[in-house]
Design a protein around this ligand. Structure first.
Ligand code: GAR
Length: 208
């Protein structure tokens, strides 16, 4: 049996708040046969998210857990957890999910949840990472895919890609340049996970 055929396809689910271009990049890589996985669900906190259209076009089931419809963050997270469990995913990909997950969810999916962030972590965690990079005056920026732990953008790093910051960059131009790299970094990280090639050793992630 070829090495590819010996790998069981992983069930991949996504947590997305908006546009979903990173979600699309993974969908495309799965459709192209580059990732041994099946996209089994999109969970979103935002009923207006364009990612919903992308999921429908790809035949991926959508679960909307509308943040605005819950009285407390705890009630929202309880419903979110139910939706996430329903996906029966091997891997959860946070692809532009713009809220901080509670510790209950992070613990339940520990080691099988990854996030993409538009900065070279540990620099510029949190919101508006590209603006932070411009304002700080760095010469190199980029993106990071990391496993999710209980901190904000602090989990072990799986893949990073960098871009130059050019003298006439504004936040939008830099964000676009970084996004093009995100669309390579995230499918690669998902592929490595699905091929069972990631080995986590404390803060370090080795690729076998
Ligand atoms: C991406 O740039 C992603 O890195 C960022 O949101 C954007 C989502 O774009 N995520 C964060 O800032 C998380 N802290 P997309 O919806 O087109 O993939």
């Amino acid at each position: 049996m070829s090495p590819e055929r010996s790998i069981d396809k992983k069930r991949i689910a996504f947590l997305v708040s908006g546009r979903g271009s990173n979600f699309q990049a993974v969908l495309d890589a799965v459709a192209a046969g580059d990732i041994p996985g099946i996209c089994v669900g999109l969970v979103t906190d935002n009923p207006e998210a364009y990612a919903i259209e992308r999921a429908k076009n790809a035949g991926v089931p959508v679960m909307v857990v509308d943040y605005a419809g819950f009285p407390t963050k705890a009630a929202y997270e309880e419903a979110l957890l139910v939706a996430m469990r329903g996906c029966r995913a091997d891997l959860f990909v946070l692809a532009g999910y713009m809220r901080i997950l509670g510790t209950g969810i992070v613990r339940e999916f520990s080691g099988r949840m990854m996030n993409i962030h538009p900065a070279l972590l540990p620099a510029f965690s949190g919101l508006h990472a590209q603006r932070q990079a411009i304002e700080y005056g760095v010469k190199v920026a980029g993106c990071t895919v990391h496993l999710v732990d209980e901190g904000m953008d602090t989990g072990p790093i799986v893949v990073q890609r960098c871009v130059p910051v050019l003298p006439d960059d504004d936040e939008t131009r830099l964000a676009d340049r970084i996004l093009a790299e995100e669309h390579k970094a995230l499918p690669l990280a998902v592929k490595l996970f699905c091929e069972n090639r990631l080995e986590v050793d404390g803060r370090r992630v080795w690729v076998r």
